[in-house]
Design a protein around this ligand. Structure first.
Ligand SMILES: Cc1ncc(COP(=O)(O)O)c(C=O)c1O
Length: 434
């Protein structure tokens, strides 16, 4: 349990009371914002109970997911290829559903164990790595491939993302040692400054190395630009700056190689920015996105206003108490509740402290004085809420990447039923053959 009841916290308690008293004199006493579950969350609670689920669970609503895929398809409108960001939808069945509904077999993968798993489970995939991997991770992938061959053709359908001449040389050596052909996609720094090529000379060195090699093939560029909507300057003007950099490297490459690269994989964008390419001409030919299909809270953005939340964390109420007690300071819980009616009741949840925001019942919040806990977390709510032991509290994850991996199988809601329990990716990637 995190930081509870230390002398420091006692100071915070007293400080909070002082703030409360000051706020009271300003007349900004909170009002009751509590509301019981809407019919949607009543039905979801029933679906979880019917499935005999009684632990923190990540729920994906299939209907809302499909709605988001349709929104995405309308925006992309066949003007770009669509690449599915796998780390944001980390379950084989979930990825397969998105592939089927979006009619795309293009995946972006960020983790060697997940790559090995995809090669095993979805061998028809076309994979672009989304970040540069240490060459030893690539070597591990090829070892797995040797031990457990599948129909995934890594020489044809896998592009390694390479960010520098130094890393390219490492991959070249590995390709020669293993006698493997490799596709090399070059990461461009188009303004994010997280990595990737940021000079003509580095790009020319890399193209030269690739062209000279028997084993390596240049397969395109990846230039990620999630900052364009959040830094000063405005989305479209920032987009144009980023695309001018992208275009510069495309033109330089075509001049250097003496041939067009328009048919290669020229990737850009992500959930927060993909709608910035609804119209106009751009140097890239495919868009990557994943998180927008489940829309956690950090993606409540103007650029994704037509996407709907499709994922929730559901967790049982372990204890429901009709008042609030703060240990060590008698009467403090009552005082808090007197000031803020949304602190009148207490609900301890099964687990907690996830990267998530409470969603239902409305008006519940973590008690700021009790401290956070990954075991049992104290939520408060007003007397307008009736929530008893074993009822459900729902949260929205702030992001899907990583958070989706914390709950075991994903519960897929279809209509008013949990239809499937879908395993999430495991870190071990795949099981070594005996
Ligand atoms: C290279 C790259 N492309 C695209 C994305 C977008 O992923 P999402 O749509 O899930 O935000 C990311 C996210 O980290 C990324 O690193």
């Amino acid at each position: 349990m995190a930081k509870q009841f230390s002398p420091g916290r006692r100071k915070i308690l007293i400080g909070s009371l002082a703030v409360g008293a000051t706020a009271a004199t300003w007349g900004i006493k909170p009002t009751d914002i509590g509301e019981n579950h809407s019919p949607y969350f009543v039905a979801l609670s029933q679906a979880l109970d019917n499935k005999k689920i009684a632990k923190p669970t990540l729920v994906v609503d299939k209907q809302k997911l499909l709605q988001n895929i349709n929104v995405l398809k309308k925006h992309i409108d066949n003007r770009f290829a669509y690449r599915i960001v796998v780390k944001s939808l980390p379950s084989i069945e979930l990825v397969k559903l998105v592939m089927q509904e979006s009619a795309s077999n293009k995946l972006m993968v960020f983790h060697q164990p997940f790559l090995s798993l995809i090669a095993q489970e979805i061998p028809q995939s076309d994979v672009l790595m989304g970040k540069p991997m240490p060459v030893t991770a690539a070597q591990t992938f090829y070892e797995n491939e040797k031990h457990s061959p599948t129909s995934f053709n890594s020489e044809k359908d896998l592009q390694w993302l390479i960010d520098s001449p130094q890393r390219l040389k490492q991959y070249l050596e590995l390709a020669n040692t293993l006698q493997k052909n490799m596709n090399i996609n070059i990461e461009l720094d188009v303004g994010l400054h997280r990595g990737g090529v940021n000079s003509d000379s580095d790009l020319l060195d890399m193209l030269h190395l690739i062209e000279q090699s028997e084993r390596l093939t240049f397969s395109g560029f990846m230039g990620y630009e999630p900052h364009i909507g959040s830094v000063p300057g405005g989305l479209l003007s920032n987009r144009d700056k980023v695309m001018a950099v992208y275009q510069h490297y495309v033109a330089l490459t075509e001049r250097t190689l003496g041939r067009s690269i328009q048919h290669l994989c020229l990737n850009s964008a992500g959930s927060p920015t993909y709608q910035a390419y609804d119209s106009g001409d751009f140097p890239h030919n495919e868009l990557a996105a994943g998180t927008c299909l489940v829309k956690p809270t950090h993606y409540d953005l103007d650029t994704l206003s037509d996407h709907v939340p499709a994922s929730y964390i559901a967790t049982p109420v372990i204890k429901s108490i009709d008042h609030t007690d703060i240990p060590g300071v008698d009467g403090l819980g009552d005082a808090m509740a007197m000031w803020d009616p949304n602190r009148a009741q207490t609900f301890f949840t099964y687990g907690g402290y996830w990267k998530a925001e409470p969603e239902s019942p409305k008006g519940i919040s973590v008690n700021p004085l009790f401290g956070r806990s990954t075991n049992q977390e104290m939520y408060n709510g007003s007397k307008s809420i009736s929530l008893k032991q074993d009822d459900w509290i729902f949260m929205r994850p702030t992001q899907s990447e990583f958070v989706f991996l914390q709950f075991g199988d994903i519960a897929l809601l279809e209509g008013d039923e949990i239809k499937h329990l879908w395993p999430v990716f495991s870190e071990s990637g795949y099981v070594q053959p005996m």
